[in-house]
Structure formats: structure tokens, C-alpha cells
Design a protein around this ligand. Structure first.
Ligand code: KIV
Length: 271
């Protein structure tokens, strides 16, 4: 279909991600705003506007408090800042668990308001009916199993899953249920390596690991964690940058200059 824009935007599609099962590993990062998204867009197959933004950007203790309008606002910014990657937006806690109808209404709102290409929701077997309902109605769904942060109060914190081998069948059942329900990919968070391997073998959709080893079909990390923006990152994250230090050095150099009246830009603007 033609548009008024000069060059049509051609993004990675949901079927293209699904077709990567067992092939070239899928590269993904989170992003919450247009500027970083534009950089990530050059390298990632899909970008997740994760509800982790509540903790990373808004100082919340968990993701439970994230509202729909925040996801929509950040989702819009990321879509605007990108042109290659598939954009997936998280459904926040409380927006999909009640019933398939409620989930459809909210997922459709997220897709219409942000123009993203898919939504993600947490839960395995218990969400299978909802995933089926959404995917049958034109909403591509990425599932999320293992450590599901929206249930951190029930799980007793952000704990690695599958340390006890007796729990593996439940996680594998979750993966199979979301795949059978029509999810095009599944995030597998915080599970031990042999379980990640079993899950990846058990389903014919790509598994996207986070803290789940290299046994998955791809990996996602929270951008700010791998950039070294905060004082702390989860143990499984390889930190590729020292952005926190760089920002602090720049801000303190700026503060020193202003205090000594060497106002930046003075020469060009005022003389
Ligand atoms: O919210 C988020 O950033 C996520 C990733 C950690 C997978 O769900």
C-alpha cells in the first residue's frame, strides 16, 4: 500500500522472527525512548518496550505499578525513532489477566496508539486461552515464561527458576502451551541452562533468553543494564559500557565550567 512518505518503512516482521527458530540467533534489546531506539534499531531484530521501564526509568521497585498510558507513551517514542526492527510493547500488569476480552481491548489500544507490531504478556499455560484469542484476532503475541517479573510478589522476588529439576515439567508445559496457543516467540527469563535447553528443544517457536544461557534461539537484555548506566546490573548481564561513569564525568565537567563562568556556547552566541 502506498503512503505519503517518500520511502516506505520496511520493518522485520513477526513471521520473519518466527522463521528464525534454530537459525541465526535473534538479537534484541529493550528501549524506552526515540534516541536510544534509533541506535539499537541498526542492530536489533526486535526492540522490546519492556515494562521494566517502570523500574529503570521511573524508579519503581517492581513492574507491578506500570500503567497502560506509560507503555503507550514510551511505545510511541520507540516506534517514531525506528524504521527497521519489529517493535514489541509489553502489556502491563492488570491489563490482560482478567479475561481474553479485556486483554483484546487493551492489546488493540496498545497497537493502535503506538503502531507497534506485537505485544508481549507474561504467563504460560494460564495465559494460553488469551494468547489464542488475541492471535486469532490479528494481534501477534510474544509470550514470557520462567521468571515473570509481574508475579515477583507471588514468586517471592526475582529468583532463578528451575533450580529444582522437579519443577522443569511445569516450565516445559508452559512453553508448549503458549506455542500451541499461537505465540510467535517466547521470552524465557531467569532459568537454569539445562532447562533453557529443554524448553528450546520442546517448542517450534524461537526462545528469547534473558538470564537463560546461550541455549536459546536469541537473547534480550535491558539496554541500560548492558550499557552500565546504573550502579548495579543482574549477575547474568555482560556489561559492555560504562555509561553511568561517562555521564557523571560529563556532568561534573559541565558543573565545574559553569561555576568558573566558562559558559558553554558563549563564544559562538554572544560575541
Ligand atoms: O520488561 C522487560 O524489559 C522485559 C525483558 C526483561 C524481557 O520483559
Amino acid at each position: 500500500m502506498s503512503t505519503q512518505n517518500a520511502a516506505p518503512i520496511r520493518r522485520t516482521t513477526v513471521p520473519q522472527i518466527a522463521a528464525r527458530k534454530g537459525k541465526e540467533p535473534i538479537v534484541s534489546l529493550t528501549s524506552y525512548h526515540a534516541h536510544t531506539a534509533a541506535i539499537v534499531d541498526k542492530y536489533a531484530d526486535f526492540i522490546l518496550v519492556g515494562d521494566s521501564l517502570g523500574m529503570v526509568m521511573h524508579g519503581m521497585e517492581t513492574t507491578v505499578g506500570v500503567p497502560m498510558d506509560l507503555m503507550i507513551m514510551h511505545g510511541r517514542a520507540v516506534v517514531r525513532g525506528t524504521k527497521r526492527a519489529l517493535i514489541v510493547v509489553d502489556m502491563p500488569f492488570g491489563s490482560y489477566e482478567e479475561s481474553p476480552n479485556v486483554a483484546f481491548r487493551n492489546a488493540a489500544t496498545i497497537m493502535k496508539e503506538t503502531q507497534c507490531g506485537a505485544v508481549k504478556l507474561e504467563g504460560g499455560k494460564r495465559m494460553a486461552k488469551t494468547i489464542h484469542f488475541l492471535t486469532q484476532r490479528g494481534i501477534p503475541v510474544m509470550a514470557h515464561i520462567g521468571l515473570t517479573p509481574q508475579s515477583s510478589h507471588t514468586l517471592g522476588g526475582f529468583k532463578t527458576q528451575g533450580r529444582d529439576e522437579d519443577s522443569w515439567p511445569l516450565h516445559i508445559e508452559d512453553a508448549k502451551a503458549v506455542a500451541e496457543a499461537g505465540a510467535f516467540a517466547v521470552v524465557v527469563e531467569g532459568v537454569v541452562e539445562p532447562l533453557a535447553q529443554e524448553i528450546t528443544r520442546a517448542v517450534d517457536i524461537p526462545t528469547i533468553g534473558i538470564g537463560a544461557s546461550a541455549q536459546c534461539d536469541g537473547q534480550i537484555l535491558v539496554l541500560e543494564d548492558m550499557l552500565g548506566l546504573g550502579d548495579w546490573a543482574p549477575k547474568f548481564v555482560k556489561v559492555y559500557g560504562r555509561l553511568g561513569e561517562e555521564i557523571e564525568n560529563a556532568v561534573s565537567a559541565y558543573a565545574d565550567e559553569v561555576k568558573s563562568r566558562a559558559f558553554p556556547g558563549e563564544d559562538h552566541i554572544y560575541k
